[in-house]
Design a protein. Structure first.
Length: 398
């Protein structure tokens, strides 16, 4: 069993975000047990091994020389995606763009449904603005009601509104027509941001995007994350799409070399590896459905429908997510995202990243043994869920 005390301490010290993977690896270095990561939402199938080999072969030049300016890299990305480069702004991760959106375009107040990605609540609070938080109802599966949200924005007098589509952590996705109706209803606001950072993982993929509408509207920004889609969080690159005037305001504020040479190299590799990327997304979608099915068989655990590369689950009554997280880490080497530090969530919820079936099997076994074990080993009272295969197997083992 791993001594997970150092790793656990990192989670307890964190605020709205998970510790970095590097910090977690350093903390777990003495355990001798590799981490199975269900915490950080990477694409496990991209880049391909061939791409990593190609990147490794270019490593010396990547580290030695300056990258091209952001305009050159954005122009290549726009060509790959079929976008007008005047409507595209690339940033050093989507969080850099969120920061500049807040500084340049948010005046007094920002409305956002919660729970959601923590930077949308934290960033504006850090700059002294009011953040109007619309609580997504657990009873409705955290589904956003666009009409109710519009009424909330009006009642609060918010001048900026944000939605994440799919939302993080629950993976809920509004259909394109509902998002367009929301944009129509809020067309008088200073700004409406649609954060589509995880949209590539949705079953409908880019067809659900409203980026084509953003370039036609004076107050709409669509935000996209490349790191999440490509499984390259460490490269730190994302982009926004907006009409040329709005995009130009953000672009003018950014440093010329705000993107690194890794980002440039990957962007210029995309054309030849686009097919492999599309295949990776299809595999993640298949894995997500299988993972939801397996989690749904665990008694007392609720899995919510998701269109992201993660699954939001509510733990059985009486289970503390922080305790479960620590046990899974110490006894099974499994790293999960407990959501007690997310506004609008609690320690009764986990966000579990979609991973290949062999890892999901490891997760399910870990959950079974930690939640339902007989005697004092399990977190739930015994007997629990009598007649359920997961419990019966554990009782027989005991």
């Amino acid at each position: 069993m791993a001594d997970a005390g150092n790793v656990t301490a990192l989670f307890r010290a964190s605020t709205a975000h998970s510790p970095s993977y590097s910090a977690l690896n350093r903390a777990a270095a003495d355990s001798g047990q590799p981490l199975v990561d269900f915490c950080i939402p990477c694409n496990p199938y991209f880049p391909t091994p061939e791409m990593y080999e190609e990147l490794g072969g270019r490593l010396r030049d990547i580290l030695t020389y300056y990258p091209s300016g952001a305009d050159t890299i954005a122009a290549e990305l726009s060509a790959v995606l079929g976008l007008n480069p005047q409507t595209v702004v690339m940033g050093n991760g989507s969080t850099e763009l969120i920061t500049w959106i807040d500084h340049l375009l948010v005046r007094d107040a920002l409305a956002v449904p919660v729970p959601t990605f923590g930077r949308w609540t934290d960033q504006s609070m850090e700059t002294g603005k009011r953040v109007d938080m619309y609580l997504l109802p657990e009873a409705d599966g955290f589904v956003l009601d666009p009409s109710a949200y519009v009424d909330f924005v009006r009642a609060r007098g918010s001048r900026t509104a944000v939605i994440c589509n799919p939302n993080n952590p629950d993976g809920g996705l509004l259909p394109r027509r509902s998002v367009l109706a929301l944009l129509d209803a809020l067309q008088d606001l200073d700004l409406v941001v649609v954060d589509e950072s995880f949209l590539e993982f949705a079953d409908a993929g880019p067809e659900s995007s409203v980026s084509d509408e953003a370039v036609l509207r004076p107050n709409v920004i669509v935000l996209r994350s490349l790191g999440k889609n490509f499984g390259l969080h460490g490269v730190r690159f994302g982009y926004l799409v907006a009409n040329p005037g709005l995009a130009g305001r953000v672009r003018a504020a950014l440093p010329k070399w705000n993107l690194n040479s890794f980002a440039e190299t990957v962007v210029f590799m995309l054309k030849q590896h686009r097919h492999a990327y599309d295949l990776s997304l299809r595999q993640v979608r298949r894995d997500r459905q299988e993972m939801i099915w397996h989690l749904g068989r665990l008694p007392g655990l609720t899995s919510y429908p998701s269109q992201g590369n993660f699954v939001y689950v509510r733990l059985p009554d009486g289970v503390d997510g922080a305790v479960l997280r620590d046990r899974l880490l110490a006894e099974h080497g499994i790293l999960v995202r407990e959501c007690g530090n997310k506004i609008g969530s609690s320690s009764r919820f986990l966000r579990l990243v979609v991973r290949p079936p062999v890892d999901v099997e490891h997760l399910v076994i870990g959950l079974e043994q930690t939640l339902y074990a007989t005697g004092d080993a399990g977190l739930l009272p015994v007997p629990y869920g009598t007649g359920h295969p997961a419990v019966d197997r554990l009782v027989m083992r005991a």
